[in-house]
Design a protein around this ligand. Sequence first.
Ligand code: ADP
Ligand code: MG
Length: 560
Amino acid sequence: SSTKETLAFQTEVNQLLKLMIHSLYSNKEIFLRELISNASDACDKLRFEALTDDALYEGDNNLQVDVEFDAEAGTLTVRDNGIGMNRDEVVANIGTIAKSGTREFFSQLTGDQAKDTRLIGQFGVGFYSAFIVADRVVLTTRRAGMGAEHGVRWESEGTGSYTLETVEVPQRGTEIVLHLREDEREDLLNDWRLRSIVTKYSDHVPLPIRMRKRDDEGKPGEEWETVNKASALWQRSKSEISEDEYKAFYKHVAHDFGEPLAWTHNRVEGKLEYTSLLYVPTKAPFDLWDRDHTHGLKLYVQRVFIMDDAEHLMPRYLRFVRGVVDSADLPLNVSREILQDNRVIEQIRAGSVKKLLGMLEDMAEKRPEDYQKFWDEFGRVLKEGPAEDFANRETIAGLLRFASTHTDTETQTVSLRDYIARMPEGQDKIYYITADSFMAAKNSPHLELLRKKGIEVLLMYDRVDEWLMGNLNEFDGKQFQSVAKGDLDLGAVESEEERKAQEEIETEAKDLVARVKDVLGDKVESVRVSHRLTSSPACIVLGEHDMALYMQQLLKQAGH
Ligand code: ADP
Ligand code: MG
């Protein structure tokens, strides 16, 4: 019953293959990391499924990844005894890209090699990276728990299509044979070279990665030896872990080519026992703004991988955080349903958020340049925080950065503490303006009087800002005040004489105001003599609780 079918790759796969081979060539070694990482994921999945069905082990629970090569045949093989795949899974996983946001991703590519390489790194190339070094790839797999006759063979030259057939596979798991391009053989079919790639990229995959032992002449024997450290890095003590090891582990857990910007590693003991290792990436992943964005922290229970999880261990406004949490208090057979309202998870989450925010505060203080990089990349996400995380509102507010009339540049560098420190005597509010662009905020007529008086105003122009300010009433005891809403109360910054002068003008202008109101009728709520303008003759002001103008425009455009 071994019918061989030929199937076409999804368009995006073809695009990815073409692009990847060219733009990632200088990074070609990463193919091995990607294949090992998939093998390790497959072992994790088997271990998890076997918690409730021990038979899946088929009597063999020593999970491992084997790497070997055949110099004469020109092949390199990566083999695991993990969960394996059935035919439908092969079709769904290998040959299509299931990631949401894939189409948008491809539309961002520019043809500029350096830029595209970075984008692809963020996107993650996975299995297809095999084609950077191979011109033919044969994947043979059988899912754990199924009969040997349910094996599947997938084969492709990476040019538009692949074949699929049903074959006998006695051993569960997946074997991938790369037929290397002619000009890659000398470089890669080399024991020393492969071992150094494995230790460079996969030392801390918590699973033995094995290669064959060789005799004095370099001939491979029947015995295998473990090449990597194969330990759970997060369980070792901080003092024993080097910076390079932390960085390499980050690349493994985050599937990122780049380096982490910062990390925090903590062991919590006492009533609750867990270890967390949390990283902040240097660059945002391609799908940071995607609703279905799924990465996040990996949850382990006593070193057993349980699941990749985005929603339970980190709030949405920290969705860029990567890393692991390993708990000693959760049951091994924990399910998503159990995680939903779990007290242990809630405490781990609260503790992890505190650690992470503390790390960001620390970075802001001690490494301001790095903090600025962080802010430019993730600031708009962090601004979702005050609405989502009431308990940490003040801490998050302290981490926010804004553009302001103090610098008058678009870069967001001003903290609320900086602002307060510069407040002149008598000022008791934090003034801000929201607009749909930096230029619109900066040139707003609402700022005229404040500029004249030398009062700093925060210039907000990110989409999320209106939402942010709706959820932030005060900081350090100082209330926020939009300069475009309601009565602009400058408090003690205005002198008694100024106030008197204003009142006189108001009395004088009474008739004019009444006439203007008459003409405009219902189009406005009221007409007032303004104190906020110095050179413009008139401006529109919103009621204290009205939506900002551009929000109204946005809603109108959206058909509301
Ligand atoms: P990712 O690992 O990010 O999901 P990949 O392209 O690396 O993307 O792999 C695609 C999918 O193929 C995996 O999610 C997995 O379902 C499947 N897969 C790849 N390699 C293996 C393997 N060795 N064993 C089982 N499944 C695998
Ligand atoms: Mg992968």
